[in-house]
Design a protein around this ligand. Structure first.
Ligand code: GRF
Length: 206
Protein backbone atom coordinates (compact mmCIF):
# COMPACT_ATOMS: atom_id res chain seq x y z
CA UNK A 1 0.00 0.00 0.00
CA UNK A 2 1.32 3.48 -0.94
CA UNK A 3 2.68 5.47 2.02
CA UNK A 4 0.57 8.52 3.00
CA UNK A 5 2.96 11.27 4.02
CA UNK A 6 1.94 13.29 7.07
CA UNK A 7 1.69 17.03 6.31
CA UNK A 8 1.62 19.84 8.90
CA UNK A 9 0.43 23.20 7.48
CA UNK A 10 1.41 26.47 9.21
CA UNK A 11 -0.74 29.55 8.58
CA UNK A 12 -1.26 33.11 9.88
CA UNK A 13 -4.23 34.45 7.92
CA UNK A 14 -6.95 33.69 5.36
CA UNK A 15 -5.67 30.23 4.54
CA UNK A 16 -6.52 30.17 0.83
CA UNK A 17 -3.30 28.26 0.09
CA UNK A 18 -4.28 25.81 2.84
CA UNK A 19 -7.69 25.47 1.15
CA UNK A 20 -5.98 24.66 -2.15
CA UNK A 21 -4.14 21.80 -0.40
CA UNK A 22 -7.30 20.61 1.38
CA UNK A 23 -9.18 20.52 -1.94
CA UNK A 24 -6.29 18.74 -3.73
CA UNK A 25 -6.10 16.02 -1.04
CA UNK A 26 -9.90 15.68 -0.98
CA UNK A 27 -10.18 15.20 -4.76
CA UNK A 28 -7.22 12.79 -4.69
CA UNK A 29 -4.89 15.00 -6.75
CA UNK A 30 -2.47 14.72 -3.83
CA UNK A 31 -2.94 10.99 -3.30
CA UNK A 32 0.10 10.21 -1.13
CA UNK A 33 -0.27 12.95 1.51
CA UNK A 34 -2.67 13.80 4.32
CA UNK A 35 -2.89 17.06 6.31
CA UNK A 36 -2.64 15.87 9.92
CA UNK A 37 -2.60 19.29 11.63
CA UNK A 38 -2.99 23.01 10.92
CA UNK A 39 -0.96 25.29 13.19
CA UNK A 40 -1.70 29.04 13.25
CA UNK A 41 0.38 31.87 14.69
CA UNK A 42 -2.87 33.85 14.95
CA UNK A 43 -5.90 32.59 16.95
CA UNK A 44 -8.21 34.72 14.75
CA UNK A 45 -6.91 33.34 11.44
CA UNK A 46 -9.74 32.54 8.99
CA UNK A 47 -7.71 29.53 7.94
CA UNK A 48 -8.60 27.86 11.26
CA UNK A 49 -12.24 27.79 10.15
CA UNK A 50 -11.18 26.09 6.91
CA UNK A 51 -9.37 23.40 8.92
CA UNK A 52 -12.44 22.91 11.11
CA UNK A 53 -14.73 22.63 8.05
CA UNK A 54 -12.38 19.97 6.63
CA UNK A 55 -12.24 18.08 9.96
CA UNK A 56 -8.49 18.69 10.36
CA UNK A 57 -7.15 19.21 13.94
CA UNK A 58 -5.79 22.73 14.51
CA UNK A 59 -3.51 24.26 17.13
CA UNK A 60 -2.35 27.74 18.16
CA UNK A 61 0.96 27.71 20.06
CA UNK A 62 0.67 29.30 23.48
CA UNK A 63 2.58 32.52 24.23
CA UNK A 64 3.21 35.75 22.36
CA UNK A 65 4.40 35.15 18.83
CA UNK A 66 8.10 35.93 19.23
CA UNK A 67 8.34 34.63 22.79
CA UNK A 68 10.41 31.65 23.94
CA UNK A 69 7.15 30.06 25.15
CA UNK A 70 5.65 30.32 21.64
CA UNK A 71 8.76 28.86 19.99
CA UNK A 72 8.97 25.96 22.45
CA UNK A 73 5.26 25.27 22.11
CA UNK A 74 5.45 25.35 18.32
CA UNK A 75 8.31 22.81 18.40
CA UNK A 76 6.30 20.62 20.78
CA UNK A 77 3.19 20.73 18.53
CA UNK A 78 5.29 19.86 15.47
CA UNK A 79 7.07 16.96 17.18
CA UNK A 80 3.70 15.73 18.43
CA UNK A 81 2.30 15.78 14.86
CA UNK A 82 5.30 13.79 13.48
CA UNK A 83 5.05 15.39 10.03
CA UNK A 84 7.01 14.09 7.04
CA UNK A 85 6.51 17.54 5.47
CA UNK A 86 5.94 20.99 7.01
CA UNK A 87 4.27 23.49 4.66
CA UNK A 88 4.36 27.26 5.39
CA UNK A 89 1.21 28.49 3.65
CA UNK A 90 0.93 32.22 4.38
CA UNK A 91 2.80 31.73 7.70
CA UNK A 92 4.18 35.17 8.57
CA UNK A 93 6.54 34.27 11.40
CA UNK A 94 10.23 33.41 10.93
CA UNK A 95 10.95 29.85 12.10
CA UNK A 96 13.80 29.61 14.53
CA UNK A 97 16.94 27.56 13.98
CA UNK A 98 15.82 24.71 16.26
CA UNK A 99 12.73 24.05 14.16
CA UNK A 100 14.58 24.43 10.85
CA UNK A 101 17.28 22.01 12.04
CA UNK A 102 14.80 19.50 13.48
CA UNK A 103 12.91 19.29 10.16
CA UNK A 104 15.80 20.06 7.81
CA UNK A 105 14.97 19.47 4.15
CA UNK A 106 11.30 18.82 5.02
CA UNK A 107 9.99 22.41 5.36
CA UNK A 108 8.73 24.33 2.32
CA UNK A 109 7.37 27.87 1.98
CA UNK A 110 5.38 29.77 -0.64
CA UNK A 111 6.40 33.37 -1.39
CA UNK A 112 4.49 35.71 -3.73
CA UNK A 113 7.39 36.81 -5.92
CA UNK A 114 10.02 35.36 -8.28
CA UNK A 115 12.73 34.76 -5.68
CA UNK A 116 15.46 35.81 -5.19
CA UNK A 117 13.75 39.07 -6.22
CA UNK A 118 11.61 40.82 -3.57
CA UNK A 119 12.17 38.34 -0.74
CA UNK A 120 13.76 38.44 2.70
CA UNK A 121 12.90 39.99 6.07
CA UNK A 122 10.02 42.53 5.92
CA UNK A 123 9.09 41.44 2.38
CA UNK A 124 5.62 39.96 2.74
CA UNK A 125 1.99 40.62 1.78
CA UNK A 126 1.28 43.82 -0.20
CA UNK A 127 4.83 45.09 0.37
CA UNK A 128 6.08 42.49 -2.12
CA UNK A 129 3.77 43.69 -4.88
CA UNK A 130 4.55 47.36 -4.13
CA UNK A 131 8.25 46.55 -4.66
CA UNK A 132 7.49 44.75 -7.94
CA UNK A 133 5.64 47.81 -9.28
CA UNK A 134 8.26 50.27 -7.91
CA UNK A 135 11.01 48.32 -9.67
CA UNK A 136 9.16 48.39 -13.00
CA UNK A 137 9.33 44.59 -13.39
CA UNK A 138 7.37 43.31 -16.41
CA UNK A 139 6.91 39.87 -14.91
CA UNK A 140 6.26 38.59 -11.40
CA UNK A 141 5.01 35.35 -9.93
CA UNK A 142 5.35 33.02 -6.97
CA UNK A 143 7.94 30.62 -5.61
CA UNK A 144 7.94 27.41 -3.59
CA UNK A 145 11.26 26.87 -1.84
CA UNK A 146 12.86 24.86 0.95
CA UNK A 147 13.14 26.71 4.25
CA UNK A 148 16.61 27.36 5.66
CA UNK A 149 17.85 29.82 8.27
CA UNK A 150 18.10 32.62 5.66
CA UNK A 151 14.59 34.08 5.09
CA UNK A 152 13.38 33.17 1.56
CA UNK A 153 16.89 31.91 0.61
CA UNK A 154 16.38 28.14 0.49
CA UNK A 155 16.64 26.04 -2.70
CA UNK A 156 13.86 26.83 -5.16
CA UNK A 157 11.51 23.90 -5.86
CA UNK A 158 9.13 25.47 -8.37
CA UNK A 159 8.19 28.92 -9.75
CA UNK A 160 5.38 30.23 -11.95
CA UNK A 161 5.33 33.65 -13.53
CA UNK A 162 2.74 36.11 -14.88
CA UNK A 163 3.00 39.43 -16.72
CA UNK A 164 2.66 42.74 -14.85
CA UNK A 165 -0.06 44.89 -16.44
CA UNK A 166 0.35 48.65 -16.83
CA UNK A 167 -2.90 49.06 -14.91
CA UNK A 168 -1.81 46.86 -12.01
CA UNK A 169 -1.99 48.12 -8.43
CA UNK A 170 -0.41 46.24 -5.49
CA UNK A 171 -3.89 44.90 -4.68
CA UNK A 172 -4.71 43.71 -8.23
CA UNK A 173 -1.26 42.11 -8.53
CA UNK A 174 -1.63 40.41 -5.13
CA UNK A 175 -4.95 38.84 -6.11
CA UNK A 176 -3.68 37.61 -9.52
CA UNK A 177 -0.52 36.18 -7.89
CA UNK A 178 -2.59 34.54 -5.14
CA UNK A 179 -4.53 32.60 -7.79
CA UNK A 180 -1.22 31.43 -9.23
CA UNK A 181 -0.04 30.49 -5.72
CA UNK A 182 -2.93 28.08 -5.22
CA UNK A 183 -1.89 26.04 -8.26
CA UNK A 184 1.80 26.30 -7.41
CA UNK A 185 1.16 25.23 -3.81
CA UNK A 186 -0.44 21.98 -4.98
CA UNK A 187 2.18 21.29 -7.65
CA UNK A 188 4.99 22.07 -5.20
CA UNK A 189 3.71 19.65 -2.56
CA UNK A 190 3.11 16.94 -5.21
CA UNK A 191 6.67 17.39 -6.49
CA UNK A 192 8.25 17.16 -3.04
CA UNK A 193 6.18 14.10 -2.03
CA UNK A 194 7.11 12.39 -5.31
CA UNK A 195 10.79 13.03 -4.53
CA UNK A 196 10.24 11.60 -1.05
CA UNK A 197 8.84 8.54 -2.86
CA UNK A 198 12.12 8.42 -4.80
CA UNK A 199 10.26 9.23 -8.05
CA UNK A 200 11.56 11.93 -10.37
CA UNK A 201 9.20 14.65 -9.25
CA UNK A 202 9.72 16.12 -12.70
CA UNK A 203 7.05 18.74 -13.50
CA UNK A 204 5.71 16.77 -16.46
CA UNK A 205 5.34 13.65 -14.28
CA UNK A 206 3.26 15.57 -11.69
C1 GRF B 1 0.00 34.67 0.26
O1 GRF B 1 0.25 35.61 -0.75
C2 GRF B 1 1.29 34.06 0.67
O2 GRF B 1 2.26 33.96 -0.34
C3 GRF B 1 1.75 35.05 1.65
O3 GRF B 1 0.60 35.37 2.40
C4 GRF B 1 -0.50 35.34 1.52
C5 GRF B 1 -1.59 34.66 2.33
O4 GRF B 1 -2.21 33.70 1.74
N1 GRF B 1 2.82 34.56 2.50
P1 GRF B 1 -3.33 32.74 2.41
O5 GRF B 1 -4.63 33.13 1.80
O6 GRF B 1 -3.32 32.96 3.91
O7 GRF B 1 -2.90 31.36 2.04
Amino acid sequence: MNKKYRIAVLISGGGTNLQALIDATTRGEISNGEIVVVISSNPEAKGLERAKMAGIPSRVPKGLCDSREYRENLMHLLLEARPDLVVLAGYLKILDKEVVDAFWGRIINIHPSLLPKHGGKGCYGLKVHEKVLESGDTVTGATIHYVTEGVDQGEIILQHQIGVEKTDTPESLASRVLELEHRLMVEGVKKVLMEMDGRSGKWEDC
